[in-house]
Ligand binder design. Structure first.
Ligand code: FPP
Length: 256
């Protein structure tokens, strides 16, 4: 039988939307924050300068969410492939994440943001992991915005880790092979407490998804915009979410 004490608890505790008050905009927006390096290069500065500018953008976008009905925001901060960057850039990004958490904790909590991290934490340094755990614990009961930060995250890696845990449950007799279906696997993903994204935005003009939320975005709408992440504004975010409201999502069916 399925053990709810495992990290793969069912999705039932995602609070359903009030059916009498469903905004037209997306409930869950995921963002690939791309273009920090080019933004810095255009200014003759080192790439890390762009990452710092990018980190400063995050707060404005988080704070826009409640105004436009976005309940869940998921941002791609560091991928499993980003370790291939220079040692200087990787170390600089890790230091930035530690500083970001330390500096933003108060503001995030005061604003009512519930912060979660997805990705494989094993490769992250202990100090960063402790900061992540503490921020998650501190903000666990907040409900105004659910901010998920993907850190050392890769969609394929996530599915592989999930499959490993699922296989362990089968081997230990907690799950029967015939009960494995497309409702079961997502319970083992890092995102098991999140609804699937409705809208995925990528900045910087690249039109690819780079291993981000592969399973979860099966029916998402996509927006690829030319703006480099450090220039991405509240206005552009609002415009994209409003445009989403005008789209006709059929999930493979036909309109009644
Ligand atoms: C991609 O731009 C961006 C990253 C790999 C890092 C994203 C990190 C941040 C926006 C800042 C930190 C965020 C948090 C939540 C603390 P790129 O470097 O690939 O840009 P390029 O394509 O122009 O080179």
């Amino acid at each position: 039988m399925y053990d709810t004490k495992l990290p793969c608890a069912p999705k039932e505790h995602i609070i359903p939307r009030d059916p009498h008050h469903i905004p037209a905009g997306p409930r869950h927006v995921a963002i690939i924050m791309d273009g920090n390096g080019r933004w810095a290069t255009q200014r003759g500065r080192p790439r890390l300068f762009g990452h710092h500018a990018g980190a400063r953008r995050v707060r404005e976008i988080v704070e826009t969410c409640p105004d436009i009905g976005v309940e869940y925001l998921t941002i791609f901060a560091f991928s499993t492939e980003n370790w291939k960057r220079t040692q200087v850039e990787v170390a600089g990004l890790m230091s930035l994440f530690r500083r970001y958490i330390t500096r933003e904790t108060r503001a995030l909590d005061d604003y009512g943001v519930c912060v979660r991290f997805i990705g494989d934490r094993v490769r992250l340094d202990r100090k960063l992991r402790v900061l992540m755990d503490d921020l998650e614990a501190l903000t666990a009961n907040n409900t105004r915005v659910h901010l998920t930060i993907a850190l050392n995250y890769g969609g394929r890696d996530e599915v592989a880790r999930a499959t490993k845990r699922l296989a362990e449950d089968v081997a230990d007799g907690r799950l029967a092979p015939q009960d494995v279906d497309e409702e079961t696997l997502p319970k083992y993903l890092d995102t098991y407490v999140l609804p699937d994204p409705d809208l995925v935005i990528r900045t910087s003009g690249e039109a690819r998804i780079s291993n981000f939320l592969l399973w979860q975005s099966a029916y998402a709408e996509y927006e690829f915009v030319d703006t480099l992440w450090p220039d991405f504004s509240r206005e552009e975010f609002t415009r994209l979410c409003t445009a989403y409201g005008a789209r006709d999502r059929r999930y493979g069916g036909v309109k009644a």
